[in-house]
Design a protein around this ligand. Structure first.
Ligand SMILES: Cc1cc2nc3c(=O)[nH]c(=O)nc-3n(C[C@H](O)[C@H](O)[C@H](O)COP(=O)(O)OP(=O)(O)OC[C@H]3O[C@@H](n4cnc5c(N)ncnc54)[C@H](O)[C@@H]3O)c2cc1C
Length: 431
């Protein structure tokens, strides 16, 4: 019997260390971090990152060959649940998007020289990266509609196109760009990936886009989302990752694990939001009793807790399946985890804001910030609608059309029921 919800003691010790480190060292920094001088921030960040490295918990999404511990998705899921408690901790644990996905992509597709130049420095945090696939007019939910092109010119490639929502694009040292190179290879062998380094002529970063999270972005800050025009942007052939036409295969490398980690971080944050809700509910009175004594507030707590637990089990199941059968075979489970968890977090945050009333709506609690920041969840990494289609198609593949009544039609089942009963009666004998 192997259904086991316990964590092995050695790994539990790591999780316990993470929990204390995040709660005691990182969460207290949240309200003051942005006010600190950049040079001091950088020193404190390095100090915190070193503690994570000393514990062997830095950039754990990577295999041992890349300096990671090769934990597998199940352990990573447990870690990301804790990391999600404090959005800032991704930077401290070396798991921040889009660098984490880009290192997976480079590990899978880059040659040795490219790894030296971009992968290792990116992993160590000496270089920061961005990823540019989405376009304002074509490629978004359907990345095969890519219109950015790269054409060969001697030993170089020339990139032309319009990208946006390139997270960290205005801050990064290099951007991995997806562009069409083989039009005849549509839909899935027509695109390739190129590294474009900061300062390359023709890499024109137009602006950082105002968003729900950052309505007034300061250009070039970490976490912004850039709009970019590539105008006759010339890069050497050495900047092509993999072979021409490999773009979609490489893109897949950066998605499976990343979605599970997103889901677990959302679960970790939802738990923290529910803590805020519950604390307020037992503290504040209205109409002669504590909010916690009002049944509608209790219903909010029931819904939040049960949705968190359901999302958590779905996500663990997906992580476990990834470890057992690989990301491809676990595609439907991964999609389910992503779509369920993204909406779950918004629902829990919404209830927490409601129970905290005006205080919840205000910037005096972190709930409104978390809500705005995480509204991207159902949109990014493939909109939830597409993940729902993946789950539904996977469920439907086991079914074929029947002629006439459905299999469960009660009147049609009577004859078969009588046969089975007669056989069992004969077998039972007279005793
Ligand atoms: C905060 C944030 C960060 C991002 N970072 C990056 C990044 O670093 N690099 C990058 O390349 N991109 C990035 N993106 C872009 C992201 O990947 C896209 O937003 C996403 O793929 C959806 O594409 P779109 O926005 O163009 O939406 P569209 O393709 O215009 O779709 C809009 C809506 O249509 C519906 N829809 C679309 N297709 C279907 C379908 N098949 N069935 C049913 N409904 C459908 C969905 O509701 C979807 O939300 C980021 C986005 C956000 C919000």
């Amino acid at each position: 019997m192997a259904w086991d919800f316990e964590t092995e003691p050695e790994f539990q010790a790591k999780l316990d260390w993470m929990r204390s480190f995040i709660d005691d060292e990182l969460i207290p920094l949240e309200p003051v971090w942005k006010r600190m001088a950049p040079a001091d921030q950088a020193r404190v960040k390095r100090h915190l990152q070193q503690q994570v490295k000393d514990q062997g918990l830095w950039a754990c999404h990577l295999d041992p060959s890349l300096g990671g511990p090769g934990f597998g998705q199940m352990k990573l899921a447990l870690m990301h649940e804790l990391i999600g408690r404090c959005p800032f901790s991704m930077e401290i644990f070396g798991n921040q998007a889009p660098d984490s996905g880009n290192t997976e992509l480079l590990a899978a597709g880059a040659n040795e020289a490219q790894k030296e130049r971009w992968l290792w420095p990116n992993l160590e945090g000496r270089l920061r990266s961005a990823f540019a696939l989405t376009e304002p007019f074509e490629a978004g939910s359907d990345p095969t509609r890519l219109r950015t092109t790269a054409r060969r010119d001697g030993d170089d490639w020339i990139i032309d196109g319009h990208k946006w929502f390139c997270t960290n694009g205005s801050f990064a040292d290099f951007i991995i760009v997806m562009a069409e190179t083989n039009p005849e290879g549509r839909p899935h062998q027509h695109a390739s990936m190129f590294v474009v380094e900061k300062g390359t002529p023709g890499l024109n970063i137009l602006r950082d886009i105002p968003t729900m999270h950052g309505p007034d972005p300061v250009f070039g800050e970490l976490g912004n989302h850039a709009e970019i025009r590539f105008e006759h942007c010339r890069v050497p052939h050495e900047n092509l990752i993999g072979k021409p036409g490999d773009g979609f295969v490489l893109a897949q490398k950066r998605l499976g694990g990343g979605r599970i980690h997103h889901a677990m971080r959302w679960i970790g944050l939802a738990k923290r939001a529910l803590d805020i809700l519950c604390e307020r509910a037992v503290s504040r009175e209205s109409h002669g009793k504590k909010l916690a004594s009002h049944q509608m507030v209790q219903d909010f707590i029931f819904q939040s807790k049960s949705e968190i637990e359901a999302a958590r089990l779905i996500t663990f199941q997906a992580a476990w399946r990834m470890d057992k059968v690989g990301a491809r075979a676990a595609r439907a489970e991964i999609s389910m985890a992503k779509a369920v968890s993204s909406r779950m977090l918004l629902a829990v945050l919404d209830r927490a804001i409601q129970v905290c009333g005006a205080l919840g709506y205000s910037g005096d609690l972190p709930l409104e910030d978390w809500y705005r920041t995480n509204r991207f969840g159902p949109i990014g990494d493939g909109p939830d609608e597409i993940h729902k289609v993946v789950v539904a198609r996977d469920a439907l593949k086991n079914f074929v059309a029947v002629e006439g009544w459905p299999t469960e039609h009660v009147p049609s089942r009577i004859a078969r029921g009588e046969q089975v009963f007669a056989r069992l009666l004969a077998a039972a004998g007279r005793s």
